[in-house]
Design a protein around this ligand. Structure first.
Ligand code: AHM
Ligand code: MG
Length: 334
């Protein structure tokens, strides 16, 4: 194989950012690098999805003598173990745990991380794209971890990203300057820079919403999506509808092609369905860095002050002008 054309690796990129951004430290670089390692370990397990089950039911021991675990539990354990061993984080909040996971003092580092180990897990059995989402904060001080270290507005994030287990595995992240995407080459186990400086397109080519929820929607949703659909005319289809049901995969596609994702608060989920800390905040931060926007309908997602670890919110995320249009519809219908 020729080696004349090797692209930048994730590790190299993280180190370059550390050199050029004054606020980046070696500790943050170590954390981001370990997130890449955790992503590779989870990707390897995701590629075995389906096989794990035929080797034994969940909770049983498989033919290899290993306890069979659900994939979302495996992802959770990989993240917690990798990050604890990295000695870069002091506490973690996960979709899979009711309370804050504190790292013992001799292994605790400077950061707080919130994550969804396997978003879209209802799609696993059908081999549909899923992903891990994470948000990184700087710890307030060296004192004991308190709830306000974790329950803080998303605008305080210093890095965020996701690992998408799709037709290829991608690590996409921002440390506040650019959003950059890396694709895993499974033959050598390395993430290579494949999408530098991703920008959210201004135009909405894709509309993503679960239309099965129409019966529960508040008044503004139907007229709003109808308005978007009227952009299609006989000459040209400008907007199409795509909804995977894995937020991380829907967001990634919209970030690449240009699209708007909505999960409004509705009669079934009056607070919204998606979680503030580890689903909405990291993606909202990435959307903003990429030139887009994210709102709960009345305010910026990143300005929500969460009161609970698993707090939910409505989410409208995509091109700036489109998010503003949705907010206008909400105002007109309230
Ligand atoms: P999960 O974290 O348990 O997978 O739930 C969150 C998921 C999102 O990924 C997705 O966009 C949404 O729930 C889909 O919900 P619905 O099936 O109600 O459309
Ligand atoms: Mg999720």
């Amino acid at each position: 194989m020729s080696t004349g054309n090797i692209q930048k690796t994730l590790t190299q990129h993280i180190q370059d950012q550390q050199r050029t951004h004054l606020e980046a430290t070696g500790h943050l670089s170590a954390l981001l690098t370990q997130l890449g390692v955790a992503g590779k370990l989870i990707a390897a397990q995701v590629r075995r999805a389906g096989l794990i089950e035929i080797w034994g039911d969940t909770g049983d021991t498989n033919v290899q003598g290993e306890t069979v675990q659900k994939l979302d539990r495996i992802a959770q354990d990989v993240f917690v173990e990798t990050l604890t061993a990295s000695e870069t984080v002091a506490a973690m909040a996960s979709e899979e745990e009711n309370s804050i996971i504190e790292v013992n003092t001799h292994q605790a580092g400077d950061y707080i991380i919130a994550f969804d180990p396997l978003d879209g897990s209802s799609n696993i059995d059908a081999n549909v794209s899923i992903g891990t989402i994470f948000a990184v904060y700087k710890r307030h001080g060296q004192d004991e971890i308190v709830r306000r270290d974790v329950l803080r507005p998303g605008r305080e994030q210093i890095a965020a990203g996701y690992i998408l287990y799709g037709s290829s595995t991608m690590f996409v992240y921002t440390a506040g300057k650019t959003v950059d995407g890396f694709t895993l080459d499974p033959s050598c186990g390395e993430f290579f820079l494949s999408r530098p400086n991703i920008r959210m397109p201004d135009k909405t080519r894709v509309l993503s919403i679960n239309e099965g929820n129409e019966a529960y929607w508040p008044g503004w949703v139907k007229p709003f999506i109808n308005k978007i659909k009227t952009r299609n005319n006989q000459d040209k289809r400008r907007v199409t509808s795509r909804h995977i049901g894995s937020l991380v995969a829907d967001f990634h596609r919209n970030l690449i092609y240009g699209g708007l994702y909505l999960y409004p608060a509705d009669a079934r989920s009056p607070q919204g369905k998606l979680r503030v800390l580890y689903e909405c905040n990291p993606l909202a931060y990435m959307a903003e860095v990429a030139g887009g926007a994210a709102s709960d309908g009345t305010k910026r997602i990143l300005d929500i002050q969460p009161e609970h670890l698993h707090e939910r919110t409505a989410l409208i995320i995509g091109p700036k002008n489109e998010v503003a249009l949705a907010e206008q519809f909400i105002k007109e219908h309230s």
